[in-house]
Design a protein around this ligand. Structure first.
Ligand SMILES: [Cu+2]
Length: 219
């Protein structure tokens, strides 16, 4: 059987790459507009009525400007959709090292590890950590039992709604470390307390931790 090696998708790197293209373009467009506005203010200052300009449009200039902005928008849309495809579709094609069912509820998170046969509840204000193996694809099946919540780990630059009655499949890759997580969709009075902490440990440490909690991996 041929094994296809799947490169893991680093959501943070993907986002940072996109950001590094968006920001210079945004600054460039902003500067062009500022220069044109300031130039227009000085060039077309109030003047005697008999010397006022008789024309009020310049189709070639306006068309060039519109086409240029259209091209910039099309380019950014292309980059954005390409990145989204990688983050959502390509990432989900990777073979996950572990699958975690994430269930959001007012106002806590439940993390179940079906192949190890146990669940962890974050508890409101996130006392129990979400433990994941670092450097491996981690598949999350995200859902909700009551209202719409949002599963968000800012350091990974990735956020997805948790919607009642539907399961969102997300594959993320963590580097080693501790990453705060938070519900990112206002879901009621204690929304702000709906936090958790992701602990990304080595695969060996993860295996030992999971074994101490559950029955060990089942295929
Ligand atoms: Cu919330």
């Amino acid at each position: 059987m041929r094994v296809v090696a799947q490169a893991l998708v680093n959501t943070r790197a993907q986002y940072d790459h996109l950001f590094s293209i968006y920001v210079p373009i945004a600054i460039g467009v902003f500067l062009v507009i500022v220069v044109i506005v300031v130039a227009a203010v000085f060039m077309f200052k109030r003047r005697p009525p008999e010397r006022a300009a008789r024309w009020h449009e310049n189709n070639p200039v306006e068309a060039t400007y519109a086409v240029a902005l259209g091209c910039v928008a099309a380019f950014l849309l292309y980059l954005t959709f390409t990145t989204e495809h990688k983050v959502d579709t390509v990432a989900n094609q990777a073979h996950p090292a572990v699958v975690i069912d994430v269930v959001a509820s007012k106002w806590e998170w439940t993390f179940s590890y079906p192949s190890y046969g146990f669940s962890e509840r974050s508890g409101t204000v996130g006392r129990q950590p979400l433990v994941v193996p670092a450097g491996e694809a981690v598949r999350f099946n995200v859902s909700s039992v009551d209202v719409i919540h949002s599963f968000w780990i800012p350091a990974l630059r990735y956020k997805h709604d948790a919607i009642p009655g539907s399961v969102q499949v997300i594959t993320l890759t963590f580097s080693r470390g501790v990453f705060p997580g938070q519900c990112a969709e206002f879901c009621g009075l204690r929304h702000a307390d709906m936090i958790f902490t992701a602990h990304a440990v080595t695969p060996a440490e993860f295996a030992a931790w999971a074994k101490s909690k559950g029955r060990g991996p089942t295929p």
